[in-house]
Design a protein around this ligand. Sequence first.
Ligand code: M6R
Length: 631
Amino acid sequence: MCGIVAYVGGKDCASILVDGLRRLEYRGYDSAGLAVHTGRGVDIVRAVGKLNNLDIALQKTPLKGTTGIGHTRWATHGRPSEANAHPHVAGDIAVVHNGIIENHVALRRALEGKGVRFSSDTDTEIVAHLVDEAVRGGESTLAGAVRAALKQVTGAYAIAVVSSKKPTEIVVAKAESPLVLGFGDGEMLAASDIPALLSHTRDVIFLQDGDMALLSREGVNITKLDGSQVTREKKRIDWSPTQAEKGGYKHFMLKEIHEQPRAIEDTLRGRLDVQAGDVVDEELGITEALAKKINRVYFVACGTSAHSAMAGRYWIEQLARIPSTVEIGSEVRYREPVFTENDLVVAVSQSGETADTLAAVKAAKAQGATILAVANVIDSAIPRASAGALYTHAGPEIGVASTKCFTTQLAALLMLAIGLGRRRGTLSASEARRLVDALSKVPHQMREVLAKADEVRHIAKRHIRARDMLFLGRGTGFPVALEGALKLKEISYIHAEGYAAGEMKHGPIALIDSEMPVVVICPRDVHYEKTLSNLQEVKAREGQLIAIATEGDRDVARMLVPDEAPRSSSWRTSVTQLEPDVSLIEIPSAEPEVLPLLTVIPLQLLAYYMADLKGTDVDQPRNLAKTVTVE
Ligand code: M6R
C-alpha cells in the first residue's frame, strides 16, 4: 500500500526515484510524485494515474538534483488527485508518507486553529505542517524538527522528509509501515520494499518501529524517536527482483494470506473504543437518528464479498436486531426489488467497481434507500455512489483470489454491527466491550493460525487427487464454508461445494464416501454440538474428514480417533494427520463472533497449497479477472 523511494548521493536522482517506484508498482497506487532538491530549493512534480503520467510531467518540468524523495499513493484519506498526491509541502519542508495518521482530525483542527491553510485532504500534509512548525519554532536540525512532529502523531507511518535548507539530507522514520535503507557507493537510499533498491545495492538495514534515520552521502545515523542512538544489523539480500516483490513468498496470494494480521490491524486502527465499548468512525456517518430509522439492512455483493456480507447479516441481526438480507448483485439488478427510505443498503466490494453490485446500488438509491459502501479501493465507483463509505484499508490485493480483503471486510462489518447495536440501544456497553476486545485480539490469533501453514500443506498433499470436496459450517461458519469452497475451485479447479451443515441431510450426504474429503468447521460456538453430529455422520460414511476445531477440544479429538484421544493427558495437536483419512486443524479459542476471521485461514491455506501442488497459476487463475466491471 503506497511506495516510498528516497535517494541522496552523487547521481541525478529523478530517474532513480521513478525507476524505484516502478519496482514498487505491485503495491498498487493511483497517483505519484517526486520532490528533488535542485540546488536552489525543493521542487515538486506530481501526477494522477500511472507512472507514465509522472514521466510526461517530468519531461515538461525536469527535476535536476542529487537529493530527492518519491512516492506512489494508494488513496486512503482524500480521493486520488494531483492535490492529494505526495509529496506534500509546508514552508521549506516536503514529506512523503505511507500509512495512516490516526489522530489526524484533532491535529488538523489544532493546526487550522493556528491559521494553517491546507491544500489537500490528506493526513500526510499534517506531518509536513508539523515539521514546518518545529522549524519555525527554532529547531535548527531537520532530524530534530521531524522528531518534534512525530511526537504529536499516533498511527502507522513510514515517512521521508527533505528540506530546502538541507540540500544533502533526508530524514526517514518508521512506525508499523515498512522502510528499508540501502547502502550504495557514496549514496544512501530508502524504500518501502527491497525491489526498489536492488539495482543499486544488496546491503540493507530494515528499520524497526520507532526508528528514525538521517541519510546523507556519507551514510546513515539511526536513532530512536527520543534521539537515543541505536545500531541495526546490516543484511545482504540475495533475492531475485521478482522474489523481492513478493517478499520472498512464492505467490502474491500466499503473501496476502500472511499479511492478514497486519491488514486487520489497519482496518481496526483508530476505530475501536475499548473503554467506552464502542466503535468510532467518522466516515461511517451512522448517526443515532439514522441507526434508529433503519428497519432493514439489505446487503448487496458478489463472490467473496457476498460471503462476508452473509456473516455481516448474522451480526446485524444478533447485535443490532435489524432484519437483514443478503443478495448477490446480479440477481438484485433484474428482480425489480422494492427498497424504502428506511432501508440501509450495504454494498460490499473489494474493488468498489463490480458492475452488478454497482447496478444494485443505483437501483436502491433511486428508490431512496441509504447506501453505505464497505470497500477497499478509495473513491472507487461504489463508494462514490454511496452516502458513506467504510474503507477496509487492506492495501492492494494482487492475487485474483480474495483473501485479506475477505477478512478485513468481516472486521469492518462486525464493527458496523457493533456501532448500529450501540446506537439503537440493543447492545450493552459491556457486551460491546467484549466484542471490541475480541476484535483487538484477532491479529495475534491469526498469527498463531498462520504459524501452522506447513502442517496445512501436509494435509493438502494428502488430498491432492480429490476431484470434489465438501465444506460444511453452521452460523457464521456457513459463509466460511462457502468461501473455503470458492477459494478451492477458483485456484485449484477442484470442484467444491459449501453447505450449511444442517442441510447435509437434505442432499449432499449422498455424495459422501471414502473418496470424498469433507471439511467441517466446528469451533466452540453455539452450534458446536450440532456440528459435531455432522462430523460423526461424515465419519460413519468413511468420508475423509478435515476438522477445523478449537485448540484443545478433546471432544472433537475423541470423536475423530476414539481409541487414541484418552490415552494420554498430553494428547493435543495443533494440526495433525490423525489417521490416513482424518485431519484436525486447531484454531485459538476466541469469542464466537470473531471465529470466522480465524477459521477461514486454514481454508485459504488449504486451497493455496492444493493449487500450488497441482501447479496451477495461483495468482491469475484461468478465466478469472480481479475486477469484474462487466456483466
Ligand atoms: O471487488 P469485489 O469484492 O466486488 O469482487 C467481487 C467478486 O468478483 C470477487 O470477490 C471474486 O469472487 C473473487 N475472485 C473471490 O476470490
